[in-house]
Design a protein around this ligand. Structure first.
Ligand SMILES: [Zn+2]
Length: 382
């Protein structure tokens, strides 16, 4: 590979960072093994090895990163975290928009330190609700929710499924529709600045935890609240109570499905009647990779696929789009929850009323040639 011959380590590291930004990578991994240092980019959510360097340069590459990140270069035995302020030659045009932050984390392993650089972009198109690629029915349900004065919207899905992007887009929508509304967001960490929203950084292991911040925040008279994540029963309880007392709340939960999120709240000792009167809707979402527009082709059977080109770093994909299912709590579903049902009971009610599942929403994207069936199966299995 082109960089292997390079003996100038700062230049080599700069090139790796610049190339990653050019392709809009969200992370760069520097993974040491016994005989080599592997460099990987996370492109549209998937790791791809882009370079393999000899083990001999491994220590120097990590040391250079630590200099850029203002870390202690003489400490190789402890994890460290920092920020990379700039790269000579910036700004770099990126497919994902302007770079707003670069965070570095190093970690000692038996083969030396591994490092990850996380890159944050200001992607304008992803901050608008109508640019997320949601199906129109769900988009309408979300804008309807945004008009309300009270209720709770829960987003669920695994880490990296774009939940915070959807929430940020929804907050922006509320701001556009109702300028002057008092909106507060509790986040861990604050990922992107949203003008017009009071953003609070939560410290899960410090004093400013979600329950502590949320409890005293309610005395600040907010109208709309975004809580980064419901991780424990205490937070769940305050969120539900706030949703029942004239606040519009949105938050996320770790769960694989809409029914799973509802049941998890019950497991967190939320009473069924509180859940049915507090929660308005659950949105379960995944991100799937978009087929690269420059190299995708249609097969005889009508399906689309791609072999990769320069623009997509030979991955065949470029950019991502949302796949989602939404459950709104109506009379029948409320009755079922009040009867303390299980997963099968909830799923049966959903099925009986023709609920559109994630995988069915995926067919829309496959038919339109936006992504592939394999891609839908991959994210729905995970
Ligand atoms: Zn391509």
């Amino acid at each position: 590979m082109k960089n292997q011959a390079k003996s100038n380590i700062p230049e080599l590291v700069d090139d790796i960072l610049k190339e990653a930004i050019k392709f809009g990578a969200s992370d760069i991994h520097f993974e040491p093994a016994s005989d080599q240092l592997q460099i990987k980019y996370r492109l549209d959510g998937t790791l791809k090895t882009v370079e393999t360097l000899p083990a001999a340069v491994s220590g120097n590459v990590i040391a250079r990163l630590k200099v850029l990140g203002n870390l202690l270069t003489y400490r190789n035995d402890i994890p460290q975290e920092g920020r990379i302020e700039g790269i000579p030659g910036q700004p770099i045009d990126s497919e994902s928009g302007k770079v707003i932050d670069k965070r570095l984390a190093v970690f000692p392993t038996i083969h030396g330190q591994r490092a990850v650089v996380r890159i944050f972009y200001e992607n304008e198109s992803l901050t608008q609700l109508d640019k997320l690629g949601l199906n129109p029915t769900i988009e309408t349900s979300l804008t309807d929710f945004a008009q309300k004065n009270q209720g709770i919207l829960l987003l669920t899905g695994p880490a990296g499924s774009g939940k915070s992007t959807t929430l940020a887009a929804l907050l922006r929508y509320i701001l556009q529709q109702f300028p002057g509304k008092s909106i507060v967001a509790l986040e861990d960490p604050v990922e992107r600045a949203i003008p017009g929203v009071t953003q609070v950084q939560i410290e899960p292991h410090g004093e400013m935890t979600f329950p502590v911040a949320l409890r005293s925040l309610l005395r600040q008279d907010p109208e709309v609240l975004m809580i980064g994540e419901i991780r424990d029963a205490e937070t769940a309880k305050i969120v539900i109570e706030a949703g029942l007392t004239g606040h519009l709340l949105m938050s996320t939960m770790h769960s694989g499905s809409c029914s799973g999120a509802l049941l998890r709240l019950l497991e967190m000792d939320i009473e069924p009647y509180q859940l049915t009167s507090g929660v308005s809707a659950i949105l379960n979402q995944r991100l799937v990779r978009r087929l690269c527009e420059d190299c995708k082709v249609q097969a005889d059977d009508g399906t689309f696929h791609s072999h990769g080109c320069e623009k997509c770093h030979k991955t065949g994909f470029h950019g991502r789009v949302l796949l989602a299912e939404m459950v709104e709590l109506d009379g029948q579903l409320r009755q079922t929850i009040l009867q303390r049902t299980d997963m099968d009971g909830l799923e049966a009610v959903l099925e009986s009323r023709g609920h559109m599942k994630l995988i069915q929403d995926g067919r829309r994207l496959v038919t339109q040639g936006i992504t592939t069936n394999d891609e839908i199966q991959r994210v729905c299995r995970a």
